[in-house]
Every structure is written in C-alpha cells, then in structure tokens.
Design a protein around this ligand. Structure first.
Ligand SMILES: *[C@@H]1O[C@H](CO)[C@@H](O)[C@H](O)[C@H]1NC(C)=O
Length: 434
C-alpha cells in the first residue's frame, strides 16, 4: 500500500536500501596477501596450511603471491603454489573467501636478483604479447581454481631522494619534490597500454565470471603509469602502496618510520598514507571510493644503528648502516619477531635491550631501538606496525569511505599466537575496526 499510494516514499526507501546494500556490500573488505614461499618446508620460517586456516575467518580475499611472466612468450607462470586441489578444499570450508592469484609483486626477479621491470613494459608494448598473456591468465586461473587475477605490475620505481640535510632542503625548494620523470621515457605510452591491457583483461575475466584487481607497488608513480579513472572502471578494486616509504634497501643510511599515516615534518610530502589516498581520491568519482584499499603491513623495517646514529632513537636516524641482520630476513622483522625482542627482559641494567617508543598522536607509527654500544655494536632501529597502529589505519580507511585494507602479509603476523596467545592479532585488530 505504501508503495502504490506514495510512490516517492517507496522510491526513497528503495534507493536508501540500495545505498545501504552497496555500502554494506563494498566496504570493510579485508584483502589478505599470502606469501606462498613460506609454506615451503625449507623456507626460513615455514608455515603449514593448517596454520593458515584460522586467518581465513577474517579475510574476504586471499591473494596468493606471486606468479611471474615468462620473458620468451609473455605467458604467466606460477611459482610456489601449493600443489593439489587445496583451493577447492579451502573454498568448501570458507565459502565467503575469494581466491586470487597475484602477478609481479617485486617477486619476479631477473638474473641479478632484482625485480624485472623490462619484461613488464615489453609485454605492454605489443598487442600480441598482451593477448598471449591474457589467454594464459584465464587458463592458469582455471587450472588452480582461482576466482581472479591481481596485477601487482612491476613498473619502474621512483629513485630514492637525496639524503636528509641542508642540501636536500635547498634542492627540494628549487626543483620541487616531484621531479621523477626520468624513470621511464616512454611512461606516457606505457600508461596508455596498461589501461588497454586492463580493458582487454576485464572483458575476458568477466566473461569467465572472475575478478580483476590492481595492486600498486611501493614507489611506483601512479601519476606516470596509471590512468586512475580507467583503472577504477576496469578493476574490481585497487590496493594502494601505502607502506615501505622508507626501507633499509632504498635508504640504507637513514632509518625512519616506514609508513606514517600523516605527513611528517621535513619528509617527502608524498611519503604517507594520507597523501597517497588523497592523490587517488582526487582522481576518483565518489561512487568508486569503496574500490580503494590501503596497504598495511605485519612486518617492520629494521636498520643497524651505528655509534654516529646517536642515542635518542628519535627518527630520522642519521648514519645508519643498512638492513639489520636480526630476524629471518635482513631488514625485515615480522610482528612475532619484534614482539619477542620487546619481551626479552635484560638480566641486568647494563645489558642493552630494545626500547619501544609509542605514538600518542596516532599519526606516525611506533618504533623501537637499541643504540649502538661503546664498541659500535648491537645497534638496531625498527619502525613497525602493531595491532594498535594497524587498527588506526583501518579506522582511517573506514572514516574515508574506502573499501578496506590490503594486508601484507598473513605469514608475517603472529601465526601461532606466540606473542600474546592470540593468533593473527594484527589481522584481527584491522578487521574489528573496518
Ligand atoms: C587534491 O586536490 C586538492 C584540491 O585540488 C589539492 O589541494 C591537493 O594538493 C590534492 N592532493 C593530492 C595528494 O594530490
């Protein structure tokens, strides 16, 4: 009756309902990246499939990393995928999860052990290379039972900026912070070709009833390589690279907070979550905000502190000495590794131990440090994400109407609950805030 007598009310109710459904359907998404090499029994810290399963209660997407590209024929090649029918088995237990395969992700390395970017550009340049790739994607997805493909495309990265200091400030004023065009002279063409690839893939992928997502990698300029409105039209969602702004590989001499939420004084103004999100929002139609996800890590970035790095630990730390060897990989500490270091109580007051420095402003992130001793040894500085800071970022995503969070990576969270007795504490704290 209501609907026939008062059509406007009916219409209003319908559209409110539609809006509500879109919102509840599209936000609060948890995209869980999953580094499959860590499943291998010979990896430094192996994880079993059974240990992975509790995480899936909190994930909407499980993204397997990573597949690469064959340089001869430009077909996709998957490495390190668990064998057998396990995706279909997982799907039966966790019917709400969609399973995607990610290609690139800086894991597709060349003979020198560095991420191969040339191959990713050559693929774009020839329509027949693109069509080889597309055909191989569909057959690879079908072969393993994936629901979609994620393009973590290995575009050339911006060069690290000059070191901190007077020189940098002067240079910053004269040249601007943003002059980064030299990474690829054909960037404009590659941008167009990548948009074309996404359009072509979208057609194939949707015909096959599957999904297409885009994952930005840290220090890849969207301005140079991504046609944002087109990418958002074709992708089901986009994961932004809002982490690893400062890393011991790129900035071996200066330790600093790797993923501040907001701009920090005298830092590159683009090196924070808020800037990256705003950059994309500026080029995005309002209805597409919920296609954007921010990246949050479960690991920290660690440097060696030298005697010249001072004793306060207050970032930026000068005269650092590259990636700290502590942990299962140089320059990276997983959350359980950091937690363990923080819990180690010194046996006496003289023994240096890691001190945590929190962030009451909730803007920049937490760090922990141990100044170098008199011999110049044992110095360590780590900037990281803990359950509290990760929750702050989830709240930020929610407040801006974004789609959710892309979590890098399940295997670096506290898989076994050895820190505080709870498994996947960072993943949980993000999910509860979304
Ligand atoms: C977004 O647009 C506003 C208004 O045009 C501008 O002031 C701001 O600098 C832009 N932000 C980014 C990150 O591009």
């Amino acid at each position: 009756m209501l609907f026939t007598k008062k059509p406007y009310v009916g219409l209003l109710l319908c559209s409110l309902l539609a809006i509500f459904q879109t919102i509840s359907g599209e936000v609060g998404k948890m995209v869980c990246f999953y580094d499959t090499p860590r499943l291998a029994p010979n990896s430094p810290a192996p994880i079993t499939l059974a240990e992975l399963e509790p995480a899936l209660n909190f994930c909407n997407f499980l993204v397997y990393g990573y597949a690469g590209i064959d340089p001869e024929n430009f077909k996709i090649i998957s490495f390190d995928l668990p064998s057998g029918n396990h995706i279909n088995d997982l799907r039966k237990k966790f019917p709400h999860v969609r399973f995607l395969l990610s290609v690139g992700g800086d894991r597709d390395i060349n003979g020198e052990g560095v991420p191969d970017t040339g191959k990713y550009l050559s693929l774009l340049e020839q329509p027949e290379h693109r069509s080889n790739f597309r055909a191989s994607v569909i057959s690879e997805l079908n072969k393993f039972g994936f629901d979609g493909i994620d393009l973590a495309w290995q575009f050339p990265k911006n060069k690290p900026k000059l070191q901190q200091g007077i020189l940098k400030r002067a240079w910053g004023k004269f040249r601007g912070w943003f002059s980064s065009t030299s990474v690829d002279e054909k960037a404009a063409e590659h941008k167009e070709q990548f948009a074309a690839l996404m359009g072509e893939l979208r057609t194939d992928i949707h015909r096959a009833g599957k999904m297409l997502s885009l994952t930005m990698l840290p220090h890849v300029s969207a301005e140079l390589f991504i046609d944002i409105p087109v990418a958002l039209m074709y992708a089901d969602f986009v994961n932004l690279a809002t982490y690893d702004f400062q890393t011991p590989e790129r900035d071996p001499k200066v330790a600093d907070l790797p993923a501040p939420l907001q701009a920090m004084y005298e830092r590159d103004p683009s090196h924070n979550v808020q800037y990256q999100v705003q950059y994309w929002l500026n080029a995005t139609a309002e209805r597409d905000f919920n296609k954007l996800h921010i990246g949050v890590t479960s690991y920290g970035r660690s440097w060696v502190m030298t005697r010249n790095s001072g004793i306060t630990g207050y970032p930026p730390i000068p005269e650092a000495d590259g990636p700290a060897p502590a942990g299962s990989a140089a320059g990276i500490l997983s959350w359980p590794e950091i937690c363990e270091l923080l819990q180690q109580q010194p046996t006496d007051r003289e023994t240096p131990h890691l001190r945590k420095v929190g962030d009451p402003t909730k803007r920049y992130g937490v760090y922990a440090y141990r100044a170098a001793d008199d011999k110049g040894e044992n110095g360590l500085w780590v900037g990281y994400e803990d359950p509290t800071t990760a929750a702050n970022k989830a709240a930020f995503a929610r407040a801006h109407g974004l789609g959710g969070v892309a979590f890098h990576d399940l295997t670096m969270d506290d898989v076994r609950g050895q820190c505080a007795g709870e498994k996947y504490p960072i993943l949980r704290s993000i999910k509860y805030k979304l």
